[in-house]
Write a protein that binds this ligand. Structure first.
Ligand code: CP3
Length: 347
């Protein structure tokens, strides 16, 4: 009893008196120690490709808070870069990439199996972490979902409504689908190599799944997640997969069954009581405290944390935020959230 790590127990379907906890973007700018290491590395991408320093920032929130999981420090946009897209980050604005809107642009994108050449330092980070993590901490690898990655590759940047990607889907469906297929294949290579290097769980971030409606959600959110999950489980039997179709709303219902993922991560726009009845019935769920509480703290943080722990207490649950923590968060509020969860939501 108690041999298996708490995160793996939740992913195996076990209901626990105290849910395990980690936090999206837990290694990030809200932590002074992250800012110091990032300054040492230079820019964000240099940090991602420096295995020693990337492992160091991954470990910082584990040392400070004792989270139950560590998530590899990297970015979903490294896959497009490894496929040959140009990638850079504009301070205060976000990512920029060379765009793909024509067959000629797509022809410049490399074969999926070539991504390892660029991504080898990331696998080295995973190996360092796999050796250096406390024995009770689970190592989570990750990649972006094909649709979300495609929205950045098509537009060349983040977009409020994913307009350019929707336009390409309508105007040149064949090109759009060829791009999605290439990203899907590259993602299988990338996640498989992370697992071989020591990742114990992988998470697929579909941050923009919410803008896919009707049949488009089935074809471009469910189907790629199903394909990636099936390929990984065929190569690495038993590897747990977390899916995060952010803002999927009603479409969270049935996501476990449609894709084969072991856990569905929920954003904070869904009601925890609703999600317990409609989504957790099919398996483990992760989430879903609003990130703003990490800025504002206080009684509201405690009340919402307790409510979420309570709502999901009758099934497998991993406590997390509904989206990444923001740079303006107060590290003390993170501790308050953890203390509240570990008091069983009643403390
Ligand atoms: O969760 C973690 O701690 C693991 C590392 C991680 C990062 N990005 C580090 C990062 C993960 C899992 C991601 C995922 C990611 N990256 C997503 C999907 C999840 C989501 O947030 O919706 C997306 C869409 C990206 C692309 C991306 N990377 C954007 C849009 C930005 C700029 C916005 C911002 O927060 O500045 C990034 C940069 C980024 N990725 C940072 C971090 C810690 C900030 C970089 C810095 O230090 O300046």
């Amino acid at each position: 009893m108690g041999q298996k790590k708490t995160i793996l127990r939740a992913l195996a379907g076990e209901t626990q008196a105290v849910p395990p906890i980690w936090m999206m973007r837990q290694a990030g700018r809200y932590l002074p120690e992250y800012r110091a290491t990032r300054a040492q590395a230079g820019d964000f991408l240099s940090l991602c490709y420096n295995p020693e320093l990337a492992a160091e920032v991954t470990l910082q929130p584990i040392r400070r808070y004792g989270f139950d999981a560590a998530i590899l420090f990297a970015d979903i946009l490294l896959v497009p870069q490894a496929l040959g897209a140009e990638l850079w980050f504009v301070t205060g604005e976000g990512p920029r990439l060379s765009t793909i809107t024509t067959e000629a642009d797509f022809a410049k994108i490399g074969p999926a199996s070539d991504v390892h050449e660029t991504l080898n330092p990331i696998y080295e980070t995973v190996r360092i972490l796999s050796r250096g993590l406390p024995s009770e901490t689970t190592l989570i690898g990750f990649a972006g979902a094909p649709w979300t990655v495609a929205t950045y590759m098509i537009a060349g940047r983040g977009t409020p409504d994913q307009g350019p990607a929707h336009a390409l889907m309508q105007e040149n469906t064949a090109l759009f689908e060829a791009l999605l297929a290439r990203i899907t294949e590259a993602t299988i290579h990338y996640l498989s190599a992370q697992i071989e290097a020591g990742a114990e769980v992988v998470k697929i971030f579909d941050s923009w799944a919410g803008s896919l409606k009707g049949v488009a959600f089935e074809k471009y959110a469910l189907e790629p997640a199903r394909e990636i999950t099936a390929a990984l489980k065929a190569r690495h039997p038993g590897i747990p997969v977390i899916g995060f179709p952010r803002e999927a709303g009603e479409k969270y219902v049935g996501f476990h069954k449609a894709t084969g993922v072991d856990c569905v991560a929920l954003d904070n726009s869904v009601d925890p009581e609703w999600a317990a009845a409609q989504v957790q019935v099919d398996g483990c769920v992760q989430g879903n405290l609003a990130s703003r509480h990490m800025v504002t703290g206080g009684e509201e943080l405690v009340a919402d944390t307790r409510r979420i722990v309570q709502a999901f207490s009758k099934g497998p649950h991993i406590f997390n935020l509904g989206h990444g923590i923001t740079p303006d968060a107060n590290p003390d509020n993170v501790q308050l959230m953890i203390d509240t969860v570990r008091a069983g939501g009643t403390g």
